[in-house]
Ligand binder design. Structure first.
Ligand code: BV8
Length: 251
């Protein structure tokens, strides 16, 4: 394992593709999913993060996401988020950030070249009509009826609103994968670095991005508190907290 002050050299030819997971937001006070005390210990995944769960009990799903909205509103980006926003300012088009996190802290930190592949906690959409997702910080509790779509109502139909989140068993937005492929193609003219940070690598298809990047010639790095299951898929592993490591990782 390289010394804690391992550095990724960055020059005018360097392209950096980053994948973050819940571990990057842990130091902002947002619980991860699979660590001790994580979200999936308190809530059965299939009941609160699947289409079937939403069909069975939309109120339970809305109280789960409302609790996360409420909690997230008081959380701020940590030095790990800020380091990635600074790297984007330094690299511009030679930077792309893919996040599995729905907490929007990368957005708050200033990242714009950002793909939120599992959705956005502070947006809702209609589960029945095609209205686009819209900003929504409202928190609903389990006692009230789940929120209804005003567009459907105006048309005399009943449509439930749902969080704009990709649940288990749902497809990710194909446009995100096109943007990733375009970035990987463009990076062939330079030197590509793939960095994953704060992710257990448990979820498909996000956990295949390291393979896609390696196939495009990337040097692969992982920053994580613990060696996750897929650590062996990375050439370099820097163990520790992302809030401490990311600010000093790029030379
Ligand atoms: C799809 C929204 C096609 C919810 C999320 C059987 C085998 C393999 C795959 C499957 C299978 N059955 C079904 C599948 C596919 C499934 C999947 O992968 N399931 C897994 C769980 C087995 N995937 C899907 O369904 C995807 N869609 O594949 O469509 C399809 C359809 C049907 C059937 C097959 C295929 C959709 C996936 C999206 C699900 N939605 N989020 C919400 O957020 O409310 S995923 C959820 O997990 C979160 O987004 C989260 O980000 C993501 C990944 O978790 P991590 O971010 O990695 O978080 P975790 O807690 O796991 O780890 C944190 C890490 O950080 C730890 O390692 C810890 O050590 C570290 N850490 C902690 N603190 C720090 C730190 N590191 C650094 N610093 C710190 N301070």
């Amino acid at each position: 394992m390289p010394p804690a002050h391992a550095q990724i050299p960055v020059d005018d030819e360097t392209y950096v593709l980053v994948l973050t997971g819940a571990g990057v937001s842990a130091e902002s006070g947002i619980p991860t999913f699979r660590d001790l005390g994580g979200l999936w210990e308190q809530y059965p995944v299939e009941q609160v993060a699947s289409p079937q769960g939403f069909r069975d009990d939309p109120q339970l799903v809305w109280s789960f996401y409302s609790e996360r909205r409420r909690r997230g509103l008081t959380c701020q980006p940590n030095p790990g988020h800020l380091a990635l926003a600074a790297l984007e300012r330094r690299l511009g088009e030679r930077f792309l950030l893919i996040t599995q996190n729905v907490d929007e802290l990368h957005r708050k930190a200033g990242n714009q070249r950002l793909l939120e592949i599992h959705g956005r906690l502070y947006q809702s959409r209609c589960a029945h009509c095609q209205r686009p997702p819209f900003d929504d910080e409202r928190c609903y509790d389990a006692s009230g009826a789940p929120p209804l779509c005003e567009v459907c109502e105006a048309g005399g139909r009943m449509g439930l609103l749902r969080p704009h989140i990709v649940w288990f068993g749902e497809l990710l937005d194909p446009r995100h994968f096109l943007e990733i492929e375009e970035f990987l193609e463009r990076s062939r003219s330079g030197r590509l670095v793939f960095l994953a940070a704060g992710t257990s690598g448990s979820v498909f298809p996000a956990n295949t991005l390291v393979d896609q990047a390696r196939a495009a010639g990337a040097e692969t790095w992982l920053v994580n508190a613990e060696p996750p299951d897929n650590a062996q898929r990375f050439e370099r592993f820097v163990q520790g907290r992302s809030g401490e490591i990311l600010p000093r990782l790029f030379g």
